[in-house]
Every structure is written in C-alpha cells, then in structure tokens.
Write a protein that binds this ligand. Structure first.
Ligand code: ZN
Length: 608
C-alpha cells in the first residue's frame, strides 16, 4: 500500500515512462549486482525452516517474509529475490502451474536500480579541473549533458516565507549554475524535507537554473548512486566536498563561470512478479480467468516512502504491508488447489513486486498480461489485511461491477465466520487493483485499515492477527469461487461499471497525466489518511515524522475539511486539491479537531 501516492493512474504512467526509457539498457538479475566483466554472484537465501520457527500456513509465510533476514523485500534487491523464490516454491508445493512464459513462475521486467558513472565527467572552473568521484559526483537524478554558465551563490537554497532577511527568493537564477550549501540550518539535525538536494534542485530548476552544485559539509561522503531510482530532473545536479567545496563557494560569490559535464547512466535489474495458475475444469470457461493478487515487496531499509525518515537503514519488515496479503494469497491458493472440485474458470495468482515504488509490477502485468485482458473476469487484491482484530474489514471497488455487493454478501455467509464489512465504490486506490481497473476490469481491494506502524520499521509479524488473515483469505476464496463458477448455485457473471468512485468521471485527462510525468514529482504533505469511507472530510490516522504536515501542527485524528480554499469532501477531493499545488507553496488547511475548526499553515514539500 502506498497511500502517499493516492493518485489514480499517475503511478501507472510514471512506471510506463520509466520502463520506456530503460528499454534499451543492459540488464542484471534482481538482487545480484553485475560484477564488472563477469557473471553475477549468487547469494544464498535465508533458511525458511529456521525462520518460521515451526509455524505453518499463514503464520509461517508472514514470519519468513517479514523476518529481518529478508531485508524489507525492496524491489530489485536480494530480499525481494528470496521472497519471490519462496513464493514460487509455495505455489509449486500447492500444486499450481507456472503461469509465466517459458514454464516459469516468474514474470520478469526491468526496473531502475541506481546509476553508474561513465568516464566523461567534468567540473571545471577557470584553470582548475576537479576530480569526479573524489572532489565531486553527479547525483543519480542529474540530467546528463554539458553546460557552461556563470555561478551564483544561493546560501542553503531554502525560502523562508515571512522572513525579511530571506534573500534566496529574490535571486535571479535564470541560466545560472546555482551553488548551495547542503542541509537545513533551521533544524537541529540539519535534516528536513527542504534539506534534500533533490528538493532544492527541483525548486532551482523551476526558477530556470542551468545547474545546481550542492556543497557538502566538512567530512561528508559523496552520495552513493547505487540505490537512486528517481527519474532525471532535467538539470545537472552534483555534490561537491572538501577543499573543492570551499573553492567553489568563493568562485560562486565572485560570479565566475563553471563548465559541468555529466556522464551517468541508469543501471537496471530484473524485478519479478510471481505468477501461478489453477487451470479451470470447464473446457470452454477455462480460457477465462479470475485474478487474485497481492504485492510482496516493501520498503527495504526505508528512505523513500518511509514514515520514519530518521530510521533510514533500519529494516522495514512490512508484516502487514504486505506479507499479510501475500500470505492470504498463498492460503487461498493452497485451499483451492487441494479442494476435490476445481472451479470452472481458471484462477491466476499474482504476487506483485514494485508496488511500493508506484504499482510497477501490476502496471507491467496489464501491459503484458499472461491471460488476455478481455478474458479476465475480475481482480481481487489483498493489501494490508493483517490487522483485523476487533475492527471490520474494508472492501474497496464495490462500485466497479453491478453485482459486487451481492457477491460479497453471499461469500461472507459462505465463509463460515462472517466479517463486519465496510464498503466503498472506489475502483482507483493506492494499490495494485488500480492498474486493473484502469483496464476496465472489475476489482475489489480487501484491507484492514492504516495504523501507526504503517510504513515504519515497527510493522512486525508479532502485531499481525494471523487468525484474522485466515478469515480474510476464507472470504476471498469464496468470492473467487463465485466468480470462477462450477460450485453450483451462486455462479455469477459480473457487469463492469466504469468511473466508479471517481467523482471526476474516470481516468484523469491525458494532459494532466502528461504534466505529472514531465514535472516528475508533485507536492508532498506527509499525511496518513484514514481509508474508511466517511461522511465528510479526510480523517488522519497519523502524520509522517519531520514532514510538512507535522511542521504545520497536523496530527492524528484531525479531519481535513478545507485545503487551500477548496472544500475537502473525500480522498479524491483531497488528492486533487494537493495536486493543484507546487512544492514550496504555502497553503492554509482547516481541520476539525475535537469538535472545533482549527486553521493551520503548511509549506508543501516534494513528493519523492
Ligand atoms: Zn505500502
């Protein structure tokens, strides 16, 4: 689940854009860095028997996937590779067929995994040439190419609204190479969203800068390009350290010219969706397929997407997000495969990678479907189903087919222990079902709501309601059986409904989507919206540490009712209102808190 990118279709188009530019590049293997001039070294995966501690079924799956040894299962890493291997083995043990090309369980596709430097890098001021990888290095999101332009010194490169001594907003950056100090002097640690060189470079590029040089503090290391996955900003951006930083600071103050030439290329690895098929029993209907899906990737060691930026480097286990849904997927697979009667239609089980990066795995799947889209009856997505406990289950997407509410009710009774279900019509939401609804396929998304451990290292297996995961799996199994047919009285045929839950009438206009791609990154506030359908506003289940939301005083329990003068009726209105702003904009946010209206001011950061 990646709530921060609650932006229908944006992730898909982002992913397509990325795949497009990567199509021609050399390819490594997921989690196996290409050794120079040689074949990748295989690194063994953790021993599942040891990690699952004698548990079985759902409990075992969650303990394995959410163990520290899986390193947070970030797409493109060793942890994700081991998770995918485990899933393929589990599908095989359950008796399901490999569903990917070549008789494999793996549907592979290239993803961005950092950048590699070429040999043509140059930074020269006057007669002095500075040495790449020693004095300086381009950031992984820097544009390649060459520029010669006068430098201008911009201090820390952070605007401070309301501060009369703030000169940065008044500097003319047009056509200049802007030289900036690293960090944010307004915070104790020097770190904040505005401290990020990517944020500073985005703002400077928006003001017409020809390039950005960031001067690192004394003793700092040059950034590592290995894990950079952000798309190129369109301007050259580099980090400079040590004596070179001091020299450039004085040269920029004198307005001297610099020549910069960046030679860096994106590096890519193969990521893997895991696909397994339970063939249908009916000779005609078996060509049609019901898809069950769950993403198995998570945030790795934090950083981008984490709600705890201070804990970058700590394993984010993602037990709820989404070892829980993955375990439920395996549970349904085992249950259907071992039943005496096979359903009439085929059932395709898909464990997606790259969801946390922006629905990459499901976006790839719908471009390269293993069964034709028009033979796909429905897609059932399980993302974050591990916190059922006393609470109810939420099911999104009931507006995407006319029959969904009836199907759900029948399935809920058939599951043996009916759940307390809240529904929402939305077919677009912050998880993989969006990719399928974008293709007109009826979808449901099963979800046990957000919580304080969402996208933090504390999302651990000990907090999972394992019996609850089994109950969700039982419900999804019954829904799948109704759709796949052959079970008797309750077989249904779905009637797709387009534009469900989106008051703006379906997918966003092309122009809007294109502008999202070309501008790269949108504004960022850092809220965790409650996904429960509500009568008004958007309730928050939390805010991200160190985020603009936290700086503004927003907190858990607030209900946002007005944002930058726009009335916030639901998550869509909130998403669109946020999207209308730019990073760096100051906005007024009105919230309802303990029955009173409170107005707060936030300076928006940048979505990464
Ligand atoms: Zn997530």
């Amino acid at each position: 689940m990646e709530i921060d990118r609650f932006q229908p279709l944006r992730s898909r188009t982002g992913a397509l854009f990325l795949l497009g530019i990567l199509a021609a590049l050399p390819v490594g293997v997921e989690g196996l860095p290409q050794a120079t001039g040689g074949t990748p070294q295989a690194t063994a995966c953790p021993d599942a028997q040891r990690l699952v501690r004698g548990s079985e079924g759902v409990a075992a799956d969650i303990r394995y996937l959410a163990d520290d040894a899986l390193e947070g299962r970030e797409a493109g890493t060793r942890g994700a590779r081991c998770a995918a291997d485990y899933l393929a083995e589990a599908f095989a043990e359950a008796g399901l067929e490999p569903a990917a090309p070549g008789g494999s369980y793996f549907q592979t596709f290239p993803i961005r995994a950092g950048s590699t430097l070429g040999t043509g890098n140059l930074l020269r001021v006057g007669a002095t040439t500075y040495e790449a990888e020693s004095d300086w290095i381009p950031f992984g999101f820097a544009a390649p190419g060459e520029t010669t332009a006068p430098m201008i010194y911009g201090g820390h490169g952070i605007s401070r609204p309301g501060d009369a001594n703030d000169t940065y907003p008044h500097l003319d950056l047009e056509g200049k190479i802007v030289v900036l100090e690293d960090g944010d002097p307004r915070t104790h640690s020097g770190q904040s969203l505005y401290a990020n060189p990517h944020f500073k470079a985005t703002v400077a590029a928006g003001r017409g800068a020809a390039g950005v040089l960031v001067l690192l503090p004394e003793g700092a290391n040059l950034p590592d390009l290995t894990f950079e996955t952000r798309a190129s900003l369109g301007v050259p951006v580099a980090a400079v350290r040590g004596a070179a930083a001091d020299a450039l600071r004085s040269a920029a103050r004198q307005g001297e010219s610099a020549t910069i030439r960046f030679d860096a290329a994106p590096r890519e690895v193969q990521a893997r969706n895991v696909a397994a098929l339970l063939p249908g029993s009916d000779p005609e209907l078996r060509d049609e397929v019901v898809i069950l899906g769950a993403h198995y990737d998570h945030l790795g060691l934090g950083g981008q997407g984490s709600m705890s930026p201070d804990e970058t480097g700590t394993v984010h286990n993602g037990a709820d997000d989404n070892a829980s849904g993955t375990a439920a997927l395996l549970e349904v697979a085992r249950s259907l495969a071992s039943a005496p009667m096979r359903p009439a239609r085929s059932v395709l089980f898909l464990a997606f990678t790259g969801e946390e990066k922006g629905l990459w795995g499901s976006a790839y799947y719908v471009r390269e479907p293993l069964v034709p889209i028009d033979l796909t009856v429905a897609m059932l997505n399980m993302d974050m189903v591990g916190r059922l406990e006393e609470g109810g289950l939420m099911v999104f997407g009931v507006g995407t087919a006319e029959e969904w509410l009836d199907v759900l009710e029948t399935a809920n009774h058939a599951s043996g222990a009916p759940l307390n279900i809240a529904t929402s019509p939305d077919g677009f939401g912050p998880s993989d079902h969006s990719s399928f609804y974008g293709e007109g396929i009826p979808v449901l998304h099963f979800f046990t709501n957000t919580h304080e451990d969402y996208h933090r290292p504390s999302d651990d297996w000990q907090k999972i309601d394992e019996a609850g995961v089994e109950r969700v799996a039982a419900l999804v199994r019954e829904v799948a059986l109704e759709l796949a047919g052959g079970s008797g009285a309750h077989d249904v045929t779905l009637t797709a409904v387009s534009g469900a839950g989106n008051p703006h009438g379906g997918p966003l206009p092309e122009g809007d989507r294109d502008s999202r791609v070309s501008s790269g990154y949108g504004p960022y506030l850092g809220t965790i919206p409650d996904m429960t359908p509500s009568d008004f506003g958007v309730r928050l289940t939390g805010v991200r540490e160190g985020s603009p939301a936290q700086d503004a005083g927003l907190r858990k329990g607030d209900v946002i009712v007005l944002f930058a003068g726009k009335e916030i009726t639901d998550l869509y209105a909130y998403t669109y209102a946020l999207r209308d702003q730019k990073p760096g904009d100051e906005v007024e946010i009105e919230v309802e808190r303990d029955g009173e209206r409170v107005t707060l001011k936030a300076v928006l950061g940048e979505r990464r």
